[in-house]
Design a protein. Structure first.
Length: 352
């Protein structure tokens, strides 16, 4: 008949408990009334209770089912607001009728919009990362995740988007939560992560990075060295989990193919000669700073071209096609380590 399924009421008016060993449950005799309540987000909501049937509320006197358990729990704990997803909206009239039957007060209800995937399908546990622990392991800041989650279906009065947890507490209002589903936009989460990361000092980032590096097997570094690395890498990372990938070369020798050393497919024999000249120039420096390195390499750059000098230097030091300024890398690594890595690069080219 197109009606929703419900209990048919076979045992609704028994004069005594049924006999025998068949499984039994305790049901709530559902009144055939219209249930109307005010939802903070959705306004006035109404249900026809005659469509529910007599719901099972307990297996026996000591084993309550969900609806009865949550109603009693909310009353015992003096819960003022029940805030949950809209997929549980249809549970509310059943629980309100139980509250009335038991003489309990009715809490305030607010049913949040569902969180959706980019294709607007319901976000589920099968989604790539739906656990907060997944984002913690990736190195997202708690304040960024809280900021992001608050904006899933809610918006403040103005255009501002970046809030600290304390600011969100002062600003948040359930009446500004939308009814429509909220799309889980990872790009938005990454943007908020970057914004919150910008607020941290180098020292704060260093303290938060320690456990991330230890998890990646990087433990032999001083705090001063790590602070120097953070100062040049912080603009290049989104999460702390990125750090081991983008800045790992500061802590261990990079692995790369000799062809990476060539600027725009230059002949490798020429690259080897340029690296040898670079190493000789840097070996003669007494003060190994970014500016002194740049000044010392200027004549070679004038002769060979900027890319022909800086590209193989960058590749030899980092093993990456993109990195911070190679002169900044050189200053942080120090003269001894720079010359060691240049020697390794030259040896790679010698064996090609």
């Amino acid at each position: 008949q197109g009606l929703p399924p419900k209990y048919g009421g076979h045992c609704r008016n028994l004069s005594e408990p049924p006999k025998g060993k068949e499984p039994q449950v305790i049901r709530f005799k559902m009144p055939e009334v219209k249930v109307e309540f005010k939802d903070v987000i959705r306004g006035t909501v109404a249900f026809d209770a005659s469509l529910f049937g007599d719901i099972a509320i307990a297996k026996d006197i000591k084993s309550p089912f969900h609806h009865l358990a949550v109603v009693v729990d909310d009353e015992e704990m003096r819960v003022s607001h029940v805030i949950r997803g809209e997929d549980l909206l249809s549970n509310t009239p059943r629980q309100i009728l139980l509250q009335r039957a038991l003489g309990f007060r009715e809490p305030t209800y607010a049913h949040l919009p569902l969180i959706l995937n980019a294709d607007r399908s319901k976000l589920s546990k099968r989604f790539a990362e739906t656990s907060l622990l997944d984002y913690k392991r990736q190195g997202y800041l708690p304040e960024a995740v809280v900021n992001f989650c608050a904006f899933l279906g809610w918006h403040p009065k103005g255009d501002r988007e970046v809030f600290s947890p304390d600011e969100l507490i002062g600003e948040f209002d359930l009446k500004r939560v939308q009814k429509a589903g909220a799309v889980f936009d990872v790009k938005k989460l990454e943007w908020l992560q970057k914004k919150h990361l910008e607020k941290l000092s180098d020292k704060e980032i260093v303290n938060k990075l320690r456990p991330v590096l230890e998890a990646a097997g990087i433990t032999t570094t001083t705090k001063a060295f790590l602070t120097n690395v953070v100062s040049v890498e912080r603009e290049r990372i989104t999460t702390f989990g990125d750090f081991a990938d983008t800045a790992g070369f500061f802590f261990q020798l990079p692995e790369y193919q000799p062809t990476l050393l060539a600027w725009q497919k230059e002949d490798l024999s020429k690259v080897k000669i340029v690296l040898e000249k670079t190493a000789k120039i840097l070996d003669g420096l007494e003060e190994f700073k970014k500016n002194t390195i740049g000044e010392a390499l200027a004549p070679l750059i004038e002769q060979e071209g900027r890319g022909s000098v800086f590209w193989p230097l960058r590749a030899a030091l980092s093993g990456l096609p993109a990195s911070p300024d190679p002169m900044e890398i050189a200053e942080i690594l120090g003269k001894k380590e720079v010359l060691r890595r240049l020697g390794i690069a030259i040896e790679k080219l010698r064996n090609v």
